[in-house]
Design a protein around this ligand. Structure first.
Ligand SMILES: Cc1cc2nc3c(=O)[nH]c(=O)nc-3n(C[C@H](O)[C@H](O)[C@H](O)COP(=O)(O)O)c2cc1C
Length: 370
């Protein structure tokens, strides 16, 4: 499928995959697309190991990395681990009694403190931390850097371009996309509200053509709600030059999710992918569960600002829940496409299915033009 995106990265098909899982990144790139590794939840050491593993397995195919660098932030590296100062008692009590009432054993206090201290030390949401991750990534043959939470800073773009690495950023609104273009991004990823993770309120159907027009002639990838060929075809029909998918890889054997969460995904409908602040403090589309219901319900305290809500949930809630596999509390970032995810398959099969259905869509359209 020759176009500007496939030519930019010397790939066969303009299918870009976001994943935290190195196996998915490798398999997507080997299937003709481009895998992009999410670094946001990794320490520099874990990132280095993941990139080394990718280099050893990807057979010279291109790949990229994704950083989470918000425009405004609290520098967690300068935060001392002091749970009483970081987390209001009301929030801790709310979460604790929710899990106590469900009979989920508490973690030993020292272990809980260690988990949160480690999270504070390794979360890489700030400019300083993201720059450290960039140093790590630059030691590897990456071809693309994507910034998730805002316009990449000039030094990131300059350093990347000096090494021939392309830079892109996600946008949920035209004004963000225009800012990315003005900053010198090589393309923009237009993310509709259907998407997993942090997202705005505008649907892909409305957002994609608006961003395509707003940043023309810069290429745009469509994201949010793409898991099959008809959606791939729709993105191209609306002016995008490729697609960026995240949720669909979670159903593959290569994905990082534990079997119990995968089972929940296969049973879920699109309505179960709720937009909630309860997990990260920012609107994030996530699989609905007892925890999100409780925090989004009446009487719950307002979620804490990032990164504190994630620290609270992950450090004091998620580990506790996953340790005993308390299924009603298990959750994961997921988009509305979850309603179409019914069985486990492989990354290569997802790509093949997408291409086959894309061709059917073309034939379907051709019939209208005969
Ligand atoms: C499990 C999961 C975690 C995600 N975490 C991030 C992240 O750390 N950084 C990021 O840029 N996007 C993240 N996303 C969003 C994806 O980059 C992408 O925008 C989104 O998945 C596209 O919509 P889709 O889920 O409908 O395919 C995540 C998506 C999933 C499924």
């Amino acid at each position: 499928m020759p176009n500007r995106m496939t030519q930019m990265f010397e790939i066969e098909v303009p299918i870009f995959a976001f994943s935290h899982c190195p196996d998915v990144v490798v398999e997507v790139s080997k299937s003709g697309g481009l895998g992009v590794l999410g670094m946001g939840r990794k320490s520099p050491q874990a990132a280095r190991e993941a990139l080394e593993w990718i280099d050893a397995h990807i057979g010279g195919r291109p790949y990229g990395i994704d950083l989470m660098m918000p425009t405004t932030y609290q520098d967690s590296g300068e935060m001392k681990y002091d749970p009483e100062r970081l987390f209001p008692k009301e929030h801790v009590d709310f979460l604790r009694s929710m899990l106590d009432d469900a009979g989920i054993p508490r973690l030993p206090e020292a272990e809980e403190a260690d988990i949160q201290r480690e999270m504070l030390a390794t979360s890489t949401y700030t400019r300083r931390e993201s720059m450290e991750m960039l140093d790590v990534a630059m030691e590897h043959p990456i071809k693309l850097i994507v910034n998730a939470l805002g316009t990449p800073p000039p030094e990131m773009i300059e350093r990347a371009h000096a090494k021939g690495i392309k830079v892109a950023a996600m946008a949920g609104a035209e004004k963000h996309a225009i800012r990315h273009k003005q900053a010198g991004c090589d393309f923009v990823i237009a993310v509709g509200t259907e998407a997993a993770g942090h997202t705005g309120n505008t649907t892909s159907m409305v957002l994609w053509p608006r961003i395509v027009d707003a940043v023309a002639p810069l290429p745009v990838l469509g994201a949010g709600g793409i898991g099959r060929g008809r959606q791939f075809a729709a993105a191209l029909a609306l002016g995008c030059e490729g697609v960026w998918c995240g949720s669909i890889w979670l159903k593959t054997v290569q994905s990082e999710v534990i079997p119990e969460i995968k089972e929940k995904l296969f049973k879920a409908g699109s309505d179960d992918a709720v937009l909630t602040r309860s997990v990260t403090g920012k609107p994030c589309r996530t699989l609905r569960c007892t925890f999100t219901d409780a925090w989004d319900g009446p009487g719950a305290p307002a979620p804490l600002p990032p990164p504190l809500q994630l620290l609270l949930w992950w450090g004091q809630g998620r580990t506790r829940v996953e340790r005993v596999r308390a299924t009603e509390f298990l959750t994961y970032p997921i988009g509305q496409i979850v309603g179409d995810m019914k069985e486990e398959t492989s990354v290569r099969q997802v790509v093949e299915d997408m291409l086959n259905e894309f061709l059917e869509s073309k034939e379907h359209l051709d019939r209208f033009l005969a």
